[in-house]
Design a protein around this ligand. Structure first.
Ligand SMILES: [Zn+2]
Length: 174
């Protein structure tokens, strides 16, 4: 093997992981392209007065609530789950399922109301998602959910509020 071929092969090997990483992030970018909500772009401090310290830490400091601590794990009525900060509707109860993880889990969000980004806080990159309106962190998206979408939107219960069918949605705030 001459030097030029060897170099070419080494380049292909070096680039391969990047190709895999990029093709994954394109999937994420695809779901972002359908955002239908105008972002508020307000400073996170704006929300502190509306929220409990625990909810603020999760929504605006990217904290994670302890598993099995949210009453929303057991919420099985029909209705809508809204952002606890700005009240934007994020998930419909028809897409909630019991994942066994201890966090409220959904198979899909309301289209255009959730934005995603890559999160490198753990060793493996993860897909973080947040309210497209106020930017409040909601949870992480995994690919081990039920068919056909096989998505698991793993949400902090404290970052959501539930509005049962028959009750009107609160006016958006912020
Ligand atoms: Zn929000």
């Amino acid at each position: 093997m001459n030097r030029r071929i060897l170099l070419k092969r080494l380049t292909v090997i070096a680039i391969s992981p990047l190709i895999v990483a990029c093709s994954r992030s394109q999937v994420v970018a695809g779901s972002n392209s359908q955002i239908t909500v105008t972002p508020l772009n307000k400073g996170y401090e704006t929300w502190r007065k509306f929220l409990s310290p625990e909810a603020y830490r999760v929504l605006f400091e990217d904290d994670t609530e302890r598993p099995s601590t949210s009453a929303l794990n057991y919420e099985d009525r029909k209705g809508v789950f809204i952002c606890a900060a700005c009240y934007l509707s994020l998930f419909e109860s028809v897409h909630k399922y019991e994942s066994g993880t201890g966090w409220p889990s959904f198979t899909q969000p309301i289209a255009g109301h959730i934005e995603t980004k890559r999160d490198f806080k753990m060793i493996m990159p993860r897909t973080e998602y947040h309210c497209a309106r106020c930017g409040g962190h909601q949870g992480h998206l995994f690919s081990d959910g039920p068919p056909p979408r096989e998505e698991r939107w793993c949400n902090n219960g404290v970052a959501l509020r539930f509005v049962p069918d028959g009750e009107s949605l609160p006016i958006l705030r912020g």
